[in-house]
Design a protein around this ligand. Sequence first.
Ligand code: GLC
Length: 547
Amino acid sequence: MDSNTPQPPAWWRDAVIYQVYIRSFADGSGDGTGDLAGLRARLGHLADLGVDALWITPWYVSPQVDAGYDVADYRAIDPVFGTLDEADAFLAEAHAHGLRVLVDLVPNHTSDQHPWFREALAAGPGSAARGRYHFRPGRGAAGELPPNNWPSVFGGPAWTRVADGEWYLHLFAAAQPDLNWDVSEVREEFASVLRFWLDRGVDGFRIDVAHGLTKDPAYPDIEVGATGLLGAAADEHHPYFDRDATLEIYREWRRIADSYPGERTFVAEAWVSSPDRLARYLAPGLLHTAFNFGLLDCPWEAPRLREVVEQTLRVLAPVDAPPTWVLSNHDVIRHVTRYGRAETSLDDAKRLYGTPSDPELGTRRARAAALLTLGLPGGAYVYQGEELGLEEVEDLPADVLQDPNRFWSGGCGPVRDGCRVPLPWSGHTAPFGFSPDGAAGEPWLPQPAAWKDRSAAAQLADPASVLTLYRTALAVRRGCDDLGEGDLVWLPAAEEVLAFRRGRRTAVVVNTGADPVPLPEHAAVLLASGPLDGPLLPGDTAVWLSL
Ligand code: GLC
């Protein structure tokens, strides 16, 4: 090709990526847990939805203490989800549907059932096997105190003592020992794991806890309150989160990805203290994209939302990385419920079961938020069930909860099971098509009876459903050159309103207030998140306009 011919933008620069939380997506085997067979059978839903790619949460062999984020074998599929042959078949089928696939890579820690950790326990203090993890002597006269005061993200100390008296580090559950990334064998192993999946044809990786990995070898105490949501580092001199040394690891990973044909990409899950810190991961030669949690964290208020958008665009421009927009994922409360509350920011302390939430208000705002995120420059993530307008399930009985977060915080911390309930596909009673008819197993978490009206089948037939809105929005976005990557120019608007132009003739207007506002002059309405009131845009409604 002539080098002057303009190249189409790389797919990942404005991709809409659907998060498949595999255990809750679709169950093909009938045991009540989602799996590859279920996912393969439902690929049509995802292709018809109109997303560009899928991110599959960990499907590797795992004791499932933290829903697969505790990996015992990085090169094999957990039998609960299927086999490696099925994963290969799934990759081929997804590609045939035009869907790219990112897999989840969990490099910060292994499972305590990983052969390396078992070997470390058996080998004893001072051994090379222990060197792959962070084993330390304790403090106190008899080493009875943890080596330092680092807390686990899931509550309690980040250290557990083993029979011979040494302690090992686990920033998450005790079943998730942290790897020592200063050891070259650890680096070599993950380079090889990357190649294993790249060779099988994956289009990229979501990097779990990408802000973790390296630790200050002096293991200094931290100040109380130095971490926040899912371990976001509160300052830049943190001994285990967001360290410069971690970024260097990604330089090598990028070289590996770039050595493969096609655009193989990375997205970092990095909970850091500011967008400026996040941009460091996306410097030339490092990662392609990172989850931008700004909107997931932001109250439903135009000035605050605008601040997030402006700040994101400002910090990413110098590194030439496209923004991503995220409203929900498997770690936080579903945004329909968040937006229906009096407090619409993601404040963990307020994430208590039973806090009142108005589902109608929450849904109206979530619909508007969908047009906001899909109308912004760059890419967006859709967390499974978001396209069905699912709310957080807040009344799960205590005996079905599985999130280790809950047990580790003594039952008073945030619970992540409520956003992980298996999807409703069809029918009038549970399991709503999640498992095959007559399946022996019940869904691993019970589905609310009211989900009969939220099933994909019920919504497909309804032009006013959330599913129809997502399908239409994704189709319009795909057909509109102005959306996706490109400039954003703010338009004059009232305090409660976000209004911006995309490209030459498309505008996005979002009214976060309660009262209707006049629409700017336009040639046509491309799509609205709810009924318009003549020339007025009602409260909690968004619109895409052709100018
Ligand atoms: C990430 C995952 C979360 C998991 C944690 C530990 O934050 O999204 O689900 O518990 O890492 O691996």
